[in-house]
Design a protein around this ligand. Structure first.
Ligand code: F6P
Length: 341
């Protein structure tokens, strides 16, 4: 059997751990040939692939990024894209694909399964916003990086009696903001799920200053001020219709400075959250996902995604996983509110 593997969408720490597990188990246990497709769905469309042997994955467990590279290519937005994938699979004798990605990559995987291609999905995203899995790999690493940044910002904020606004990733879901904000002892956490009042933020900030404490405000890039709009970097959209967000942190820092008379600075963590080596937790989760994806392929169980439920890895339908984004529930946000101000 020949099995293709690809990584699509924004990269995240742990992708190489999945690839390594798929190659290792595919070859050692099943005697399969594993083929790596380059640059997300672009690889199967253009036929750009390379064989992956044990040597190719020997030293990649700890490496961030993806040895297969990634892209946000959407075959359903390219004329003849799906037929090209079918042609590549026939020409390269590929029996099944393992697609490692988030909502967009796995949304394509679901549609390809409906169109007769055997795909098994593996959930990745630092945003942790995929449905039907308790966690995606990459999230723990992103939260650790953001938390370390917040820890460092506390000391410099204190020295200068400043408010520091930290903008973290999270387009539609505030998981990184919530977890790093809780772990880092933020004075305010703002997420895309709940519009915020600038007046209220200013009250919380002032309360902290009254207690001689320099406040840290963690804001997700997709957070919205009441009645306001998303802060866009530019008007461009990717192949899945997503705009590029950014700027809410700087805007909020200026509002805070103006309304409180205190100095305020913004820090945008950006792609630092996605780079570098995965945490031990993400290495283990990604490895287990890869091993279980191989089991699904071996069983001919396509149209599924491997998922974490409690401590078990299970299979769920790709349709269930991509039906809706997993956003931060109100009760989780309310837990954190006790620390605001
Ligand atoms: O989906 C993951 C993510 O990191 C989002 O949090 C962020 O909005 C987006 O990707 C940025 O992607 P890029 O700059 O790679 O297009």
């Amino acid at each position: 059997m020949r099995v293709g593997v690809l990584t699509g969408g924004g990269d995240c720490p742990g992708l190489n751990a999945v690839i390594r597990a798929v190659v290792r188990k595919g070859i050692e246990v099943h005697d399969w040939e594993i083929v790596g497709f380059k640059n997300g769905w672009q690889g199967p469309i253009s036929g750009d692939s390379r064989p992956l042997g044990l040597d190719d994955v020997e030293d990649i467990l700890t490496r961030g990024g993806t040895i297969l590279r990634s892209s946000r290519t959407n075959p359903y937005k390219i004329d003849g894209g799906v037929d090209a994938i079918k042609a590549t699979m026939a020409a390269q004798h590929i029996d099944a694909l393992v697609a490692i990605g988030g909502e967009d990559t796995l949304g394509v995987a679901k549609r390809l399964t409906d169109d007769g291609i055997g795909v098994v999905g593996v959930p990745k995203t630092i945003d942790n916003d995929l449905g039907a899995t308790d966690y995606t790999f990459g999230f723990d690493t992103a939260v650790s990086i953001a938390t370390e940044a917040i820890d460092r910002l506390h000391t410099t904020a204190e020295s200068h009696h400043r408010a520091l606004v930290v903008e973290v990733m999270g387009r539609h879901a505030g998981w990184i903001a919530l977890h790093s904000g809780l772990a880092g002892g933020a004075s305010v956490i703002l997420t895309p799920e709940r519009e915020f009042s600038v007046d209220q933020v200013v009250k919380w900030v002032e309360r902290r200053f009254e207690r001689e404490y320099a406040p840290i405000i963690v804001v997700a890039e997709g957070a919205l001020p009441a009645g306001g709009r998303e802060s866009l970097l530019n008007g461009e959209k990717d192949a899945f219709g997503h705009v590029r967000l950014g700027g809410i942190g700087t805007w909020l820092a200026e509002e805070i400075a103006e309304r409180t008379g205190k100095e305020s600075r913004a820090v945008v963590l950006g792609h630092v959250q996605r780079g570098g080596t995965p945490t031990a937790y993400d290495r283990v989760l990604a490895t287990r996902f890869g091993l279980h994806a191989v089991d699904a392929v071996a069983d001919g169980d396509f149209g599924v995604m491997v998922a974490l439920k409690g401590t078990d890895i299970v299979r769920v339908k790709l349709s269930e996983a991509t039906a809706e984004l997993k956003t931060v529930p109100t009760e989780r946000y309310e837990e954190a509110e006790v620390f605001f101000g």
